[in-house]
Design a protein around this ligand. Structure first.
Ligand SMILES: [Zn+2]
Length: 389
């Protein structure tokens, strides 16, 4: 496929009008393909975004819990009532369906790669799953919930990242976790600490010394603990990527999360852009060109209206009109359909998301919607937003 007419993002402040060829799921700036083409005049082509933390199967859930909590253990013991409403109804829905909705939440917000924090089950690896799910990583839930934490870390291949919830809370228990992880030998260059709001000065010094990373989920943190990462952490030089967490704690997708990150910090648009592209790719050790548009890189691309803005500034008002995952059009706004020439497999299903817009997708929305409405009623929400077919 030949993409013509677009201004192409080459960095947070760099862009160039050039043709892009998508061949075998990869990007090339050189080619002479005839046949399939897509005219993206008037659009800015950005790299697909990376969501560094989600639990995909929990994105139809309402936000659980009331008020704020001192740590993750207190939150979990308060909300864990699987036999009661609303958990009972949500858990009656097949896990596959719930996982696909989680993929859709990400796709609709321009995410093309997501780090799913739970076992990687076969449906997540299917070509028809809405987005790419990171496969090569080690993980544990947390110190409190993973008695086999050390073994999990030690059996994770050296060149894979190791992800775990850590410092998730605002009490002494949460603050003690960084030192406990250090004593277990878990802090390393490949370790990514999810949340880490319980981080004092010595803890931050340890994270820096071990060159570990942090995944920042501000909406989730604010909803459950009433605060999020301090400016001293955000500006510390530690590599930080942005993640949404699931709807159980954050009724938000990555677009919302970028807005919350902007509103609760002094970070500039370039730093925020990198947190959902190159810094996230570095943290997750993605090596296929995710987070950038480069020769030979994976063709994960999104397009937004070109208002002359920088790629970094485009994230402030992001509503993707097109999302391409591994070279395949997975989401396209109806007004772009006429721009496709020689492309025979147009996405057949329509999808509309509250407050955002409508698109066409190849995800089998009619059966997904029907099964979900049966279990949850027609007014179900995806990370807080109504969704229609
Ligand atoms: Zn989590």
């Amino acid at each position: 496929m030949k993409i013509t007419g677009a201004r192409v993002a080459l960095g947070p402040h760099q862009s160039e009008r050039r043709e892009v060829y998508v061949r075998g799921g990869r990007v090339s700036f050189f080619g002479d393909e005839r046949g399939e083409s897509l005219d993206l005049s008037g659009l800015l082509l950005l790299p697909g975004l990376i969501n560094a933390h989600d639990h995909l199967e929990f994105n139809l859930f309402p936000k659980l819990g009331a008020g704020t909590y001192p740590n993750a253990k207190a939150w979990a013991s308060d909300i864990h009532r699987p036999l009661d409403s609303p958990l009972k109804e949500h858990l009656s829905l097949s896990k596959l369906t719930r996982l696909v909705w989680g993929g859709l939440k990400n796709l609709l917000s321009g995410v093309t790669t997501v780090a799913h924090h739970n076992p990687i089950e076969e449906p997540l690896l299917r070509a028809e799953f809405p987005v790419m799910v990171v496969r090569e990583f080690g993980w544990a839930h947390s110190l409190d919930f993973s008695p086999d934490l050390t073994e999990r870390f030690q059996t994770t291949p050296e060149n894979w990242p190791f992800l775990l919830h850590a410092g998730e809370g605002v009490d002494d228990h949460a603050y003690s976790e960084i030192a406990r992880l250090e004593s277990l030998g878990i802090l390393s260059e490949r370790t990514a600490l999810i949340h880490s709001i319980g981080l004092d000065h010595p803890g931050l010094a340890l994270v820096k010394a071990r060159r570990s990373s942090i995944v920042w989920c501000p909406s989730s943190n604010l909803a459950v603990y009433g605060r999020t990462l301090a400016a001293s952490v955000l500006k510390s030089g530690v590599n930080i990527a942005l993640g949404t967490d699931s709807a159980m704690t954050a009724q938000a997708d990555l677009i919302d999360e970028i807005g919350v990150a902007r509103g609760t910090s002094e970070l500039n648009s370039e730093e925020l852009y990198e947190m959902v592209t190159t810094r996230a790719a570095h943290l997750l050790r993605l090596r296929d060109g995710q987070g950038e548009i480069r020769e030979g890189g994976v063709a994960d691309l999104i397009a937004v209206p070109d208002r002359g803005q920088t790629p970094a500034d485009a994230l402030a008002e992001l509503t993707p009109e097109l999302v391409i995952v591994s070279g395949k059009v997975r989401l396209i706004a109806p007004q772009l359909l006429d721009r496709m020439s020689g492309i025979h497999c147009r996405p057949p299903h329509s999808i509309r998301l509250e407050g955002r817009g409508c698109w066409l997708t190849d995800v089998d929305l009619p059966s997904l919607h029907a099964e979900t409405a049966l279990a949850l009623g027609a007014e179900f929400r995806l990370a807080g937003k109504r969704v229609w077919q």
